[in-house]
Ligand binder design. Sequence first.
Ligand SMILES: *Cc1c(COP(=O)(O)O)cnc(C)c1O
Length: 324
Amino acid sequence: MTSLDMYKRPLRVERVALDVAKNAGVELFMARADEIHPLASGNKFYKLKPHFDYARKNGIEQLLSFGGAFSNHIHALALMANEYDFQSMGIIRGEAEYAKNPTLTAARNAGMTLEFVTRKNYKLRDDENYLTALGKRFPQALIIPEGGSSPLAVAGCTELSKDINAQHKSDILTIASGTGASFAGLVCGLEETQQAIGYAVLKDQSLEERIASFIAAENAEATHFNRYSIVQADYGGYAKFDDTHLVFILDWLEQTGILLDPIYTSKMCRRLVEQIVACEFARGTSITMVHSGGLQGWFGMQDNVMKLAGESSWHRIQSYLQDK
Ligand SMILES: *Cc1c(COP(=O)(O)O)cnc(C)c1O
């Protein structure tokens, strides 16, 4: 059996040279969790690893989870399951037609079985009765919530803070937040003097409460609740991707040499730049942003990028991805 740590690379924290930050006296770093594992990118490695450990310990050979048609989580689950000798199954929101997209093609090639459900049925993914019925259909499977966001994932992401701090200790750690499980883990792994900012990429009223309950479930000390804030960074919605956003990503690539993902990390960085420009951070503050991965999402965006910014922009993105 392949050890789960076998492919994990040391987490690299690199300085990000951005003119606006330099002018504001803010020191910026990026934790390259996108490079942490060749198969499971970014926070998804930290979130999934404890599920694989749990499954191994309990003799479970089948892993089942939920996701959208371009889900980074489904992609990571399929590829890791394949590498570490588990069967995997994905319950996917939307039409079977999506099976042909790059994300789900990669998942199928890694041996994942897909089942497509309507948007209405997909909403049942956390419903107790639905999960009981699913458990009866797949009695051998470990059922993992959407995004991998269980208490195990929160515990896994405390390691993310520790890995970052082992390389470089900033005043503030930041990460993009969908379900909030990664951010909660990051907060629980902070040292006493550190703060964290979570950037919400969804318009989701329940995020704040969910993060608080993830943190509480991780047996955090009371002081952890005073060490974080949540900043809205949805830019019109989760899947919204326009000209302005693409220009930001291409400009960031030009200035820093780092490609951000289209949905999560890029929104965090864009909002953070706005905060720096608005002098929301004191001079001398050092900030480490987590690059939470998700670069596989670009493969489904070729047409979109070409339409918005032309072929040469797509080639810049593509050549970055090929060099990885
Ligand atoms: C899933 C994902 C996130 C969000 O993680 P949560 O734990 O759901 O908040 C952030 N960035 C990337 C690239 C992701 O794939």
